[in-house]
Every structure is written in structure tokens, then in C-alpha cells.
Design a protein. Sequence first.
Length: 255
Amino acid sequence: MATPPLRFSVCVETLFHEKPFEQRLEYVHDLGFSAFEFWSRQGKDMNITLALKLALRLEVSAFVGSSASLVNPAEHPQFFTDLNRAAALAFDLSCENLIVTSGPALPDVPREQQQATMIEVLQVAAQTAADADVTLVLKPLNQRDHPSTFLSSSDEGFAIVRAVNSPNVRLCFDVYHQQISEGDLTRRLTENLDLIGHIQVADVPGRNEPGSGEINFEHIFGLLQELGYKGFVGLEYHPRLDAAASLRAVRALSQ
């Protein structure tokens, strides 16, 4: 039996960003992709986005649920305000994932305490996510591009997801960030696939299109198909080529 193709999702913040937002969705559809993701709702008309999504028969794979810190209790009220609003929008858009990040590390607070704070706030947030039938995906960021970030390790991220112990909290495994932070991508994907809710890809260096740098994406895509990964693979990269040509080339890497 043929292996199902990967479910690619085009990040319309990094691809076609010079076009009006609504026009970017038309490009995604015209190139034969079935899903898109974005960062923030700010500056976008979500009523038009919903209408276009339905007209073009596109899925929304993910957007940012909140950029408020998970390790700083002072930012938790803002986090929950953002989350409630994002969960309602995710429900309307039939979006599967809301992306969250740890926020900056607190210099005078023990690391174990900050991790415990994250776990606690995610356990509460998991109920909001469950009510909206959405998954919170916790995204580690590399410390070269984001020097102050608390969470850069996927290993620590997986430990947090296990501790939260909710099907509505998973990891967003960004191949670009994890190659910089720790490498050993094959093992980490293979051993923790059940804890991954969303995958994003870009090559190293430069966060350019897969196939432009040091990561063997033919292998990564083949591995995900072999493992039976059913989630989305977000194409969140800055194209060196023409955006449309780069998307065709990336899709060819998975075939």
C-alpha cells in the first residue's frame, strides 16, 4: 500500500509576505497545497480569512495562541486572555494547533521552579484547549537566535509535555531550531513522535528552504512518512528562490 503524502502547511508569514494576506491564501491553493499557518491575527480580517478558507477548501494548521511568558507568573493573566481569544478563533477556523513558547528565562529564579510554573499553567490551559478541540503546541527556540529563551531543548520540552499529561498539550518540533540546539533529529523524532503535535521545517543556516543547507530533508521527510506521522509539516522558511519554485522543490523532496 502506498505511503500517504505528508500534510504540508505553508506559512504565509514567511512565504508570499509581500502580497496582501488574502492573496497569499490564493497562492497556497493555486500551488496545490491544502493548508496554511500564520503567526498573529493582528492586521488581518479573520472574517475574510474564514470565508476564503472555506471557498478555497484550505485547512488552517496553526497560529500563535499567545506570546506571553509561561515562566513568568506576572504574564499569566495576559496569557489566558490571549488563549481564550485564540481558542475561540481556532474553533471558528477549525484550526488544530495553537503555538506557545516559554518566554525569556527569569535570571533570579531556579530553573526547576520555572519549569514547574510552566507545567502548572499548561495544565490549566489544557482545559481551555480541550473545550475548543485544539492542541497547544509548545515550541522550543534556539538560543543563538533567541538568547534569552527559557526553553530551547526538545528533550526538556518532551519532559514538560509528559508532566502536563494532557492530549491537548504537545510539542511543536521545529527542525531548524532543534538542529541548532541539539541535533540528533532522527532519534528525537522517532522516540517522541507521540508527543509531537506539529512540525515546522527550514534549513540551517539561514532558515531558508529545505534542501538549501546542512539538513538531509529527503531523509527527514521519508522518516516521517515511515513513522506514519499524521500531523502537519509547517513550511516556515525564508525562500532564497522564488517562493513558488521553492515550494515545488520542497514538495519534490518528499516524493
